[in-house]
Design a protein around this ligand. Structure first.
Ligand SMILES: [Fe+2]
Ligand SMILES: [Fe+2]
Length: 178
């Protein structure tokens, strides 16, 4: 098998796929919550709709891989459905800039998460690694788009993003296990 060395530790790719699919699912729910609240034609809504379409593509790809590899989804999916939508709606209700700060915070954690997975995978599972690398680049683009559109000017940006980032880290830790 590629990358496996006797005595070497193999990456738990089923768990990786589970948490990644949960994250992309959560992202689609966050953006759905934001788009439900934001005025349809404001510039932020247009940016968010474009990013949401990419999240849907990420999710579809992980759904396909999970089905093919017979990996079960996280049991916490119903929680991420509600929590993701609530986070999106709540930040959009604060302001358009707060909605962008949410993207900034989430994508910052996702970048760290995907980078860590790529390091852990090394040359194991090139199929999964290629998807993660591609999606990571798009998540970084989302983060930069949000910042360029004024995310850092949201009221309470440091506290807001710190709280959302902490929430993401909890969600990631739980989705790996449950
Ligand atoms: Fe994504
Ligand atoms: Fe994203």
């Amino acid at each position: 098998m590629t990358g496996w060395r006797p005595g070497g530790k193999r990456a738990d790719t089923a768990s990786m796929l589970r948490v990644d699919q949960a994250g992309e699912y959560g992202a689609t729910r966050i953006y759905a919550g934001q788009l439900a609240v934001l005025r349809r034609n404001c510039p932020e809504a247009k940016l968010i709709a474009r990013m949401a379409a990419q999240e849907q593509r990420h999710l579809d790809r992980f759904d396909t891989l999970m089905a093919r590899r017979r990996v079960r989804p996280t049991a916490l999916q119903p929680l991420w459905n509600v929590a993701g939508f609530a986070l999106g709606a709540a930040t959009a209700l604060m302001s358009e800039k707060a909605a962008l700060a949410c993207t900034d915070a989430v994508e910052t954690e996702i970048d760290k998460h995907y980078s860590g997975q790529l390091a852990e995978l090394g040359d194991e599972d090139p199929e999964l690694a290629a998807d993660i690398a591609e999606f990571r680049a798009e998540e970084l683009e989302h983060r930069d788009t949000a910042r360029a559109a004024g995310a850092t000017r949201a009221a309470g940006y440091p506290l807001l993003t710190a709280a959302i980032r902490a929430g993401c880290r909890v969600a990631i830790a739980l989705s790996k296990r449950i």
